[in-house]
Design a binder for this molecule. Structure first.
Ligand SMILES: *Cc1c(COP(=O)(O)O)cnc(C)c1O
Length: 413
């Protein structure tokens, strides 16, 4: 069972709200750092293990700075993400550029920064060469197609737009070798928010086998393998977090069984997780502003799906704590809703919660990844601020809330 507690008291939060009005996202720095260290320790057996944080999960440079201090790289997939990474000094091969359908301007910038280009299609070799000499390092994204099942969130590999087929990827390495590329990587991302460790072990086996096959067929010795992101988090209280040591142990066994005897060690192992790095350590804090009693009981809060889209978009469960009422009986059933003119704007549906009164502070859990960053402005909603809860429990604002001026700034009127 995961522990759905919050890292602040009601009194602390009331103080924070005096300075920063709700709604806002708040990230627990200590918990994020401890978790990164746990991940690195779990993979300490792996030669030059590196986690490239998927910037899209939480694209805030103040967080990227922390990741840099902890030795992470960035996984970028757009020009602004490359710029954010550059701003905090994460450049060169500490950037994995895992884009798809990539415009030339983005390749231009990634090449300027010396990022690892992780190509999503064989045709991009020629596309890049229209303007650039191929970089010394190239990686390819593999799509196993019918050889693997995906999971619910990401879909079947066969139906996914990403990556090269097996035949194409072997051909792609052959072409790049001929063209003088010196260092090669292999990447895949076949699941998202997956909590089953066996799945990651299967992915590792699939990748290690492919690395051997590529070597046998082309003579290319792949230097690094990026097993993607997609490690899940326990959104529901009855779920367990991924046992990192266990999954790492499974991967090590595959490494020892496949890579070492093939003479292909050392092979650098990389991950590009976003969700498991920050997800559980970010909270959306909101206040109850209305109670409505019709065919159902509704609690209206001052946040909306513009601040956290996952429940509305995927029907995702996000745990809710009512501050100060953690131990009260959960004997009321509510829909907890935002104010968007969309009926899917609900943070919880028919959820058992303690009796909620106007002014109560609700903490929506696991909003630290794909939370604020998925926010949007539909219905002219303004996106909220982001705060960092420091180790001494002081608070730093790391992104201010949007204002109407921000919203109107692009209008020609
Ligand atoms: C989104 C994404 C990730 C991160 O996924 P998480 O579920 O946050 O771990 C990693 N790599 C690629 C290519 C992605 O698109």
């Amino acid at each position: 069972m995961s522990n759905k507690t919050v890292p602040f008291t009601k009194e602390e939060m009331e103080k924070i709200i005096e300075t920063y009005p709700t709604p806002f996202h708040i990230y627990d720095k200590k918990a994020i750092v401890d978790n990164i260290r746990r991940l690195k320790a779990a993979f300490s057996w792996a030669p030059e293990f590196k986690e490239y944080f998927a910037v899209k999960a939480t694209p805030n440079p103040r967080l990227l700075e922390i990741f840099k201090e902890e030795g992470l790289g960035t996984d970028c997939s757009s020009l602004p993400e490359l710029v954010l990474s550059e701003q905090v000094g994460i450049v060169g091969e500490d950037i994995m550029f895992s884009s798809n359908n990539t415009p030339m301007a983005e390749y231009d910038y990634a090449i300027k920064l010396g990022a690892i280009l992780n190509l999503d299609d064989i045709s991009h070799i020629e596309y890049i060469e229209r303007k650039h000499k191929l970089p010394k390092t190239i990686s390819f994204r593999y799509n196993p197609g019918p050889l693997r099942d995906g999971n619910e969130l990401i879909g079947k590999p066969e139906e996914a737009k990403y990556g090269l087929t097996k035949d194409q990827i072997i051909e792609a390495y052959r072409i790049c070798k001929e063209k003088g590329v010196e260092k090669f990587g292999l990447h895949t991302m076949v699941v998202s928010n997956e909590l089953n460790p066996e799945y990651f072990a299967e992915t590792a086996k699939m990748m290690f086998d492919l690395i051997v096959e590529v070597y046998e067929k082309t003579g290319v010795k792949i230097s690094f393998v990026d097993l993607g992101g997609g490690i899940g988090i326990p959104y529901k209280p009855d779920q367990d977090p991924m046992d990192l040591e266990y999954v790492s142990g499974l991967i090590k066994k595959m490494y020892d069984d496949i890579i070492v005897p093939a003479g292909l060690a050392p092979l650098k192992i990389m991950l590009e997780c976003g969700r498991m790095v920050t997800g559980p350590y970010g909270y959306l804090v909101t206040k109850a502003i209305h109670y409505k009693d019709t065919y159902r009981h509704y609690i209206g809060v001052d946040a909306s799906m513009a601040n956290l889209m996952r429940p509305g978009m995927y029907g995702a469960y996000h745990h809710i704590t009512v501050l100060g009422k953690e131990d009260a009986p959960h004997d009321h059933v509510y829909d907890v809703v935002g104010s968007l003119c969309e009926n899917c704007d609900k943070f919880a549906i028919q959820r058992e919660l303690p009796k909620i009164d106007e002014g109560d502070i609700l903490v929506i859990h696991d909003a630290g990844a794909h939370g604020h960053s998925m926010g949007f402005n539909y219905n002219a909603k303004l996106r909220s601020a982001e705060l960092l809860l420091n180790e001494d429990h002081s608070v730093t604002m790391i992104r201010r809330a949007e204002t109407m001026d921000d919203l109107f700034a692009t209008l020609k009127f």
